[in-house]
Write a protein that binds this ligand. Sequence first.
Ligand code: PLP
Length: 407
Amino acid sequence: MIRANEHYTKLKASYLFSDIARRVAAFSKENPHRDIIRLGIGDVTRALPSVCIDAFHRAVDEMASDTTFRGYGPEQGYDFLRSSIAHVDFQSRGVTIEADEIFISDGAKCDTGNIQELFAGDITIAIPDPVYPVYVDTNVMAGRTGENSEGRYGGLVYLESTAANGFVPALPDKPVDLIYLCFPNNPTGATATREQLKLWVNYAREHKALILFDAAYECFIRDASLPHSIFEIEGANEVAIEFRSLSKSAGFTGTRCAFTVIPKKCRVFDGQGSPVALHPLWLRRQSTKFNGVSYPVQRAAEAVYTPEGQRQCTELVDYYLKNAALILERMTALGFTCAGGRNAPYIWIKSTMDSWALFDLLLAKAGVVCTPGSGFGKCGESYIRISAFNSYENVEKALDRIGTALS
Ligand code: PLP
């Protein structure tokens, strides 16, 4: 008898964004003439930078001739892209990361989900609350948690991110083995200082733990004092891996290209407490289960790392940051206490209402889709997240409508 993975039954009924999509679809069906502005899901709206399009076209043309055609590429990515990333994203900022420590993939979502395959089943996991749901759900699927009770899974150590701690959680009060961190944060938009990251790195070194650092929104950092990478912290290369993505930095959500950095020195431990290098484990995993990102996509990604590519991407991200600043300003003026929105595309807004009630109100009265904070965890209750990913005109229109709806 073929049996299902029963851990799936522990998952909350559906993925947050499917829930939202269902409510919006039902509303649209009942109100077919209402114009809906989507500031909910974190999907970008602007076209790829022209340098990427040009590189993409050239690479597609190469595929049209037997002499330049490419078949399977290296599972961990082409050297041309790995070297460009190592140089521009790390070495030029004084961070020692080599090209062969970078693994190209088709998304930080898959990588953050797949990585936990490398760890034992009975480790203790610390997960921020609120959090990008993928970290929690993939561990539930793997059977590393108990049942869900009142919005929390048994067995997980929740790191509460609240207004009181500036949405940067304190160190856990019991030992943990694996720690998920994400800065700039989805959903709160919070950033972590060098000193705050240092605490985590020191904790991981002391407790033989590993940090999974999700830096998918690193490109939104404009404050020069904030670290872009966990590897800017001394000693992090032994206790952390980092996830990056071109989804938000270069508009690749539909094109798909990301990468994971696993320093050669990064270690986990075997049952006897002896160190085991993580790099060869991930290499083995990827070579077995992944066949690489398509050649044209990697050429388009390489273009991001040219001087002109960097200029175009900065312009792209600046556009969304201008939206974020407007949302922050206008929601604050409406009397809400807001976080994020400065070095991040998300604004985390405190309300006196239940998250889903405010979601429904904004949809019904303003035709604006936000994300209910409770979908990201218990600490997100009575918050909503508004995303800056839309046109400036739509963001302005949405804010005008929210102002009217709430007045
Ligand atoms: N990590 C975080 C924190 C995200 O918010 C997202 C997407 O919204 C991702 C990873 C996924 O990135 P990708 O598009 O590369 O899969």
